[in-house]
Design a protein around this ligand. Sequence first.
Ligand code: FES
Length: 491
Amino acid sequence: MAHWVTVWRAAQLVGVPRGALQQRVRSGEIELHDGLVSTETLLALYPQARLEESGLLERVVQIRDEAFGKRLRERVLPSQEVLSQRLFHQSQELADVQRHLQRYHALVLSLRERLRALDAEAGGSDPRFTEVLHQLSDGLARALATEPVDVLDVMDDMLKVVSAQVTVRPSGHQFTVEGRDSLLQAGMKAGLKLNYGCGNGSCGMCKVRVTSGQVARCMHSDYPLSETEKAQGYVLACAHTAASGELTLETLEAGGPEDIPAQTIVTSVRAVRTLAPDTMLLHLQTPRTHRLRFLAGQSVTLGLAGGDDAHATHPVASCPCDDRNLLFYVPRRADDALAVRLFGEALKPGDPVTVHGPQGRFVLDETPLPLVFAACDTGFAPIKSLVDHALSLDAAPSIALFWLATRPDGHFMANQCRAWSEALDTFEYSAFTHEDAAVGAGQVATAMRADLFGIDSAFYVAGPAPFVTALCADLLAAGVPPPQIRSEVLP
Ligand code: FES
């Protein structure tokens, strides 16, 4: 018998990006019922997800090509307390199902006895009694017969223990809680724009309402929830994790940059590293109790201590899911106060840097379209953040990244791009080099036309003005609708 699972869980079960499944839904290959996919359909489309024909436990861990076993082993397990709570809740559900089955079984047996008695009273002359009795006995035999287990159902049950599935209302977004992550950390890793402030249980901004499922406290919190809030099911997402395999939360998420408050945080330099002769990496770390909430692709203004009170605005290159560690790729420029300090070796680990922000609207839209990113030089910084975010969301059917460098050593994160491309079937990376950004943009556009001709995509372009202007003009000329092009001009 088929079981029904969400698209999110289905992607985990068969080991493909969620975007790839959604693409098959849109093309009609997968039919959804109430937003759920049948495991029969999944197995027909992904037969490699079947288990080996051996014992049950072995079947779960020795899956053909070991893909699922590997995915399970790679997961960091939750704490013993949370694991035992999830097992307890799952055992409760199983016990409940078992109790119901036993009652149904007893009911069917007593009905059969009663029918036999009625049949005997009627002298065995009424063929209707005989027919119903046969029907009942056949049905019972079929119900009690050993049938092959629904393998995806078994896998789903195991996944519920090691990684709980959370649904957020009213958005309908879903994410899984893995390892020892709090609900907030897990949601952010999945690319959700959840509301929060301190991240350590003292501001109350991450309040969510649990409408189904169970949670467990995973961190001490000072923020006092009122008795009414507790009675209504409110908890702090930063201080709780999922204690049941499925959980539904009610909370509002940020819709866009306008929902992210302006912040000022004194961070400290964690590291400074040369990425290329003309590009430095600056790694800032916020205090544990005061992290930067921002959206992928946004920038911040960095205030540098010292007599000249210097400021510089740079895009954050890291993922918003790691809100303590902020990375910046800083190009050598004489008119940039931060670059002057970095290349002059005047900024050292431990130095304070004030972060103001975030700013900017170069952020990822919620779209079912394939994503195409194009960067020139350190325009790769906001693109890197957007790619991280898109990978966390796991909703894009495919991602293509084009990176133009105007210097031979300009692809300072080429290894990272190649790693994405090698690890993900749906990720394409192409590198270009041309000293003239506008001419290079033309090469990128030609490659895009060759690779993406006819594919309806959302485009994100970042870099110096000549690159952005030339590439956007080319995209528009190729017929890409303006709302599907987002761009960010960097100095
Ligand atoms: S983010 Fe401040 S209490 Fe959770």
